[in-house]
Design a protein around this ligand. Structure first.
Ligand code: NI
Ligand code: MN
Length: 222
């Protein structure tokens, strides 16, 4: 599986299928690509309704006939916007979409959007025998231990930008709870409000996990 960082919290997982997560591309100063530069997308996952996550998801799902996976209320909003294939779900649930396993996890965060409000979430995605945890926007929470116990993610994509999410100190604690092999930091550097040094995070994690710092457009292959 190839994990491509598109900037902010947007990732493209490529394996048996192409899984796009939180595609905030238009208007994102750190985005490496625009919506039109993407390969064919099989499914779009949205962690919560904030604009820097919902982003271009509706438009991309429509343009690719992709399956739109999100919290119930956000998925219904997407359908109302013309998305044909939706998979509404909620925290604790697992679904299988075209052979890809998707579990929705909790996130400690607010989430209002144009269509209403919906609890924020994260995802554990299982594809090609690998498991990747995208934490969404969240503070650290003790039940990240449950995510490790139940789903054993090899890779964790964790926010480190602080202010709206975990900062470096909290993300290191999250690594202790989740115990992934690989950690890729996200949700930092996009705007002046969330400037953080990923190398400082890497040093703070030390031997707990291998920290892979990706610039927008760069990939890591499992
Ligand atoms: Ni948010
Ligand atoms: Mn955000």
């Amino acid at each position: 599986m190839k994990i491509k960082f598109l900037g902010h919290a947007a990732f493209l997982l490529s394996g048996e299928k192409t899984v796009l997560i939180d595609p905030f591309l238009s208007g994102n100063p750190s985005a490496s690509v625009g919506p039109k530069d993407l390969p064919h997308i099989d499914m779009v996952l949205v962690t919560h309704g904030h604009g820097d996550h919902l982003g271009d998801a509706v438009q991309i799902a429509k343009g690719n006939d992709a399956v739109f996976v999100a919290m119930h209320e956000i998925a219904l909003y997407a359908k109302a916007q013309g998305v044909v294939f939706i998979e509404p779900m909620n925290i604790g649930g697992t679904i299988e979409v075209q052979g890809v396993s998707i579990t929705m996890t909790n996130a400690l965060h607010s989430s209002d959007f144009e269509g209403g409000s919906a609890h924020a979430a994260g995802f554990v995605i299982g594809m090609d025998g690998h498991r990747v945890y995208h934490a969404g926007d969240t503070g650290v929470f003790y039940d990240m231990n449950l995510i490790r116990e139940l789903y054993v993610p090899e890779v964790a994509l964790l926010p480190i930008g602080s202010r709206y999410t975990m900062g470096i100190r909290e993300a290191v604690k999250a690594v202790e709870f989740i115990q992934p092999q690989i950690v890729i930091p996200m949700h930092y550097g996009t705007t002046p409000l969330i400037q953080r040094d990923p190398q400082e995070f890497k040093e703070a994690v030390k031997g707990r996990a291998h920290v892979v710092v990706l610039k927008p457009g760069e990939s890591f292959t499992l």
